[in-house]
Each structure stands twice: as structure tokens, then as C-alpha cells.
Ligand binder design. Structure first.
Ligand SMILES: Nc1ncnc2c1ncn2[C@@H]1O[C@H](COP(=O)(O)OP(=O)(O)O)[C@@H](O)[C@H]1O
Ligand SMILES: [Mg+2]
Length: 309
């Protein structure tokens, strides 16, 4: 039977390329399409946590789970929006690189921590927001994942940056995680006026072919304003160019990564469709309690608890 939950790491060793913005808005757009989503914020800066309207809270992150101090269902938090849950980040995660660097299971630690949630089948997508370095947290995230999505900016030396991360993916594929897939590359903060942008996009498309998402995300001021409101731009300003692009991107992503809904093979839906703008109302929530229960049940019985959407 095909596994239903897909674990996708959103990664790039470079900071400021739009990883967190992509995590937050992809997750939001997927949840609006009734996919059950869990975001795991692995960057101690906690921008995904804040961007989804939560505060940092000591002891509420993957950190105590990695230490074996808490079961994972204790750190899964609901957001204000239906189908959208998060394991927040906290400052302590900053120590993880040093602290866990010598652990024997350091490569598998995130995979092992996520296993009960993964096996519960409670989520369609688990999306990991990786810190900007090729350190142990990012490596362990890639080991835990089915696919890696790389956001990049179309700028000078983009190919060099891609070579670094695709090299890491290849090494992990050849060792600890043979099923790791390059999910795709998405261009962020695109300035379509610039000739360099077009040249770089063409070079990357020539090299990576259909691994490059058709949808690109334009630079848009609404996107950069949304985090201070603790609301993804796809909910805050659904008609803005940035929001429309992230919604179109989510359609393309779902088509390429079907889960229980068995998304149709078409790539894009008219992004102006009103329904796509509305976060799902609370009564069809994958309520956080149910998620916690499903996860707890499955870790107890190791059964795949079917979760209603
Ligand atoms: N499409 C966009 N248009 C305008 N600003 C953006 C866009 N995407 C990201 N930003 C801004 O760029 C900065 C870096 O983005 P972020 O997602 O935090 O990158 P990363 O997680 O890779 O470090 C943030 O201030 C963010 O608000
Ligand atoms: Mg980030």
C-alpha cells in the first residue's frame, strides 16, 4: 500500500532565499485544500513558528523529543487555521548542532522522532523548515524525508549553491536514505524585469528539467509584510500576487505529490477560484486532540490509525 504521509524538507544551505516563506504559505495553501499538514520548525530563529501566529515556548519543539524527554504528540500545536498544525521551534534547538553532533543516531534522530506521527497517517504532508546550514539538523532532516524542495533566487551563482545541496542529497541517497528524492526547485522573489533572472532560470531549467516547478513566486511586498501579522499571506492578502502564486504553487505541488486525495494530474487550477482563498472552517478540523490521539494510539499499537479529513 502506498504510504499516505509525505515528509518534505524545505532546504537550502543559504539563508534568506525564501525557505520559511515557502514552508508557511505552501502549508497554508495545502491546508485550505483540506490536506492535513504538520509544519516542523527546525530553525532556532523560529520564523515559521511566528509566521503561523505562535509564540516561542520553552520545551515546545522537537528538541525535548530528540532528547527523549517528551513524546512527539505533546509538542504538536494547532494553529488558528484548520488542518494546519506545527511543532514550533525554540532557542534550545540552536544547541542541537553541537549537542547532538556526537550522537550515534544523529543521522536518524529526526526520522526516529517523527516515526510515530508518520506511521499514524494523521497528516498528508509533514513539512520541515530547515536551518540555513549543511549541519546535522539539516542532514538529519534530509535523512527523515521523502523529498527535498529547494527554494532559490534566480541570481548570480545560483547553480553553485544548487550543486552544494544536490551533492548532499546524492550522498544521503547513496548512504542512509536511498528513497530521498529531489522533490523540486522553486524560484522565489523573482524579479521578472531583470535579464539576469531569465538567464539564470533558463540555465537551471536546462540542467534540472522538470524538477523545476513551473510556478515561480514573484517578489511582492505583501509577502514580506505578512510574517509580522503572524498570518500566512495566502490568508492575509489572498488576492495579492504573492498569495496567488503560492496557491498556484500548492496546486502544482499536490499534483506532483498526491496523498490520500489522489490529486488529479493536472497542474494548475484557476488561482482566482474563491474557494481556494478560504481557510477551512474549524468544524472540519483535524482537531489537534484527534491528531495527538491518533499518534499516541499508533505508537502504542503500531497500527495505522485512519484519520478522517
Ligand atoms: N516573494 C517574496 N517577496 C518579498 N519578500 C519575500 C518573498 N519571499 C520571502 N521574502 C522575504 O525575504 C526574507 C527572507 O525570506 P525567508 O523565507 O525568511 O528565507 P529563509 O527561510 O530562506 O531564510 C524575509 O524577510 C521574507 O519576508
Ligand atoms: Mg528560514
Amino acid at each position: 500500500m502506498e504510504r499516505r504521509t509525505k515528509i518534505i524538507a524545505i532546504a537550502n544551505q543559504k539563508g534568506g532565499v525564501g525557505k520559511t516563506t515557502t514552508v508557511v504559505n505552501l502549508a497554508a495553501a495545502l491546508s485550505a485544500r483540506k490536506r492535513a499538514v504538520l509544519v516542523v520548525d527546525l530553525d532556532p530563529q523560529a520564523h515559521a513558528t511566528l509566521g503561523l501566529g505562535l509564540e516561542k515556548q520553552q520545551g515546545v519543539s522537537l528538541y525535548p523529543v530528540l532528547l527523549g524527554e517528551k513524546p512527539i504528540e505533546d509538542v504538536i500545536q494547532p494553529t488558528k487555521w484548520n488542518n494546519l498544525n506545527i511543532i514550533p521551534s525554540e532557542v534550545d534547538l540552536a544547541g542541537a548542532e553541537l549537542e547532538f553532533g556526537m550522537r550515534e543516531d544523529r543521522l536518524e534522530m529526526i526520522r526516529n522522532a517523527l516515526a510515530p506521527v508518520y506511521e499514524s497517517g494523521a497528516f498528508d504532508y509533514i513539512i520541515l523548515d530547515c536551518p540555513p546550514s549543511l549541519g546535522i539538523v539539516m542532514t538529519s532532516s534530509l535523512v527523515a524525508s521523502d523529498g527535498v524542495l529547494i527554494p532559490i533566487q534566480a541570481e548570480f551563482l545560483a547553480m553553485d549553491g544548487l550543486a552544494l545541496i544536490t551533492g548532499s542529497i546524492e550522498r544521503i541517497r547513496q548512504s542512509v536514505n536511498p528513497s530521498l528524492d529531489l522533490n523540486g526547485i522553486v524560484f522565489t522573489m523573482v524579479n521578472s524585469q531583470a535579464k539576469l533572472t531569465h538567464d539564470v532560470m533558463e540555465e537551471v531549467r536546462n540542467h534540472f528539467g522538470d524538477k523545476v516547478y513551473e510556478t515561480t513566486i514573484p517578489r511582492n511586498v505583501r509577502v514580506s509584510e505578512a510574517p509580522s501579522m503572524g498570518t500566512p499571506v495566502v490568508f492575509l492578502e489572498p488576492r495579492s500576487k504573492g498569495a496567488e502564486s503560492y496557491k498556484a504553487f500548492a496546486w502544482e505541488f499536490m499534483a506532483k505529490n498526491p496523498t490520500r486525495f489522489d490529486a488529479p494530474a493536472r497542474v494548475a487550477e484557476p488561482a482566482t477560484q474563491a474557494a481556494a482563498d478560504e481557510p477551512v472552517k474549524a468544524d472540519n478540523a483535524v482537531a489537534s486532540d484527534n491528531v495527538a490521539e491518533a499518534v499516541a494510539d499508533s505508537s502504542a499499537e503500531n497500527s495505522a490509525a485512519a484519520q478522517e479529513s
